[in-house]
Design a protein around this ligand. Structure first.
Ligand code: COA
Ligand code: MG
Length: 280
């Protein structure tokens, strides 16, 4: 199990940021060739990134490259440049249907594919997209989605919750990774923390972030807390003891613990130990 608490976007044209990221505590990096790179920088950014990824060591951080869409002048060259590259995933922008995944899959046969979920059609087709056999992860593109829907920003994200929930359902139905969208106000830690909590409570694996200062907040909020870890240990202990006594249910802190709760508790412990290993 690999942690994806913080997934940092880096514009691929920013050499200094590419270098800096090798020391940042993000669990994963999205090297962006798409919207964070200006049209006249696209070719330079692609060449710079290909060179950096061939030589630089990003340690245990997952390396994900966001290519341009195949309906743009740059998408095919991006796909050709990163076909066979030693990266953990290729992220496809603005996926509307499984056909969009097919088209990239045909060009890149050897790398897991992730989908940006950020168009109304994509959200409505979330289940079919998640079911694609080459798909490994989904990333919420909440800025594009807000633009398409005409949604206003609200701290509680109420207008966005249906879309987030549909994608989470789709990802979980097919065992895919699910990453929440970005929080634009990168100097507002309290607002970021509240959004991380909401995404974590919904079930997302982590949050995309745009600035190094956002990484510690996402790492903290998407990790099991000490209290959760301690409770999980007691639940497993109590459940195992109940089973040895021939019972299927235990009680901890006045709440029942059945097999399914013990499974969740074990998942919490394995997430915690994956994070602890990552920190070494
Ligand atoms: N990844 C890695 N390093 C980053 C970074 C990022 N996304 N954003 C900033 N940094 C680095 C800067 O290079 C700088 O490093 P240094 O001081 O060691 O040279 C340090 O963090 C502080 O940066 P700061 O001056 O506070 O920010 P900025 O004004 O340079 O950049 C943004 C602010 C928002 C423009 C920038 O963070 C950014 O481009 N983020 C990503 C945007 C993106 O990818 N969007 C697409 C998806 S939504
Ligand atoms: Mg987008």
């Amino acid at each position: 199990m690999r942690p994806y608490r913080s997934v940092l976007y880096i514009p691929a044209a920013r050499e200094r940021a590419l270098e800096k990221a090798r020391e940042l505590p993000a669990d994963a990096i999205i090297f962006d060739l798409e919207d964070a790179v200006a049209a006249d920088e696209k070719d330079n950014a692609r060449a710079l990134l290909a060179g950096v990824l061939a030589t630089a060591d990003y340690g245990t951080r997952a390396k994900i490259v966001r290519i341009n869409g195949l309906d743009t002048p740059w998408g095919r060259e991006d796909a050709a440049a990163f076909r066979g590259a030693k990266v953990d995933a290729i992220l496809i922008p603005k996926v509307g249907s499984p056909a969009d995944v097919d088209a990239v899959a045909a060009l890149i046969p050897d790398v897991p594919l992730w989908a940006m979920m950020e168009t109304p059609a994509g959200i409505l087709n979330a289940a079919a997209i998640a079911a694609h056999p080459r798909l490994a992860g989904m990333v919420m593109g909440t800025n594009d989605l807000a633009k398409e829907l005409g949604t206003r920003f609200r701290p509680d994200r109420e207008p966005m919750v249906a879309s987030l929930g549909l994608c989470l359902l789709a990802a979980r139905a097919f065992g895919r990774i699910a990453i929440d969208g970005v929080y634009n106000a990168f100097k507002d830690d309290d607002g970021l923390r509240a959004e991380c909590r909401q995404g974590r409570d919904m079930g997302f694996d982590g949050k995309t972030v745009i600035h190094p200062a956002q990484i510690p907040v996402a790492n903290e909020e998407f990790a099991p807390s000490e209290a959760e870890i301690e409770l999980a240990r007691r639940q497993i202990e109590a459940f195992d003891a109940a089973q040895r006594a021939g019972q299927g249910v235990a009680v901890v802190d006045g709440k029942i613990v059945e097999n399914l709760h013990a499974v969740t508790a074990r998942q919490i412990l394995s997430r915690a130990s994956a994070i602890a290993e990552r920190a070494i």
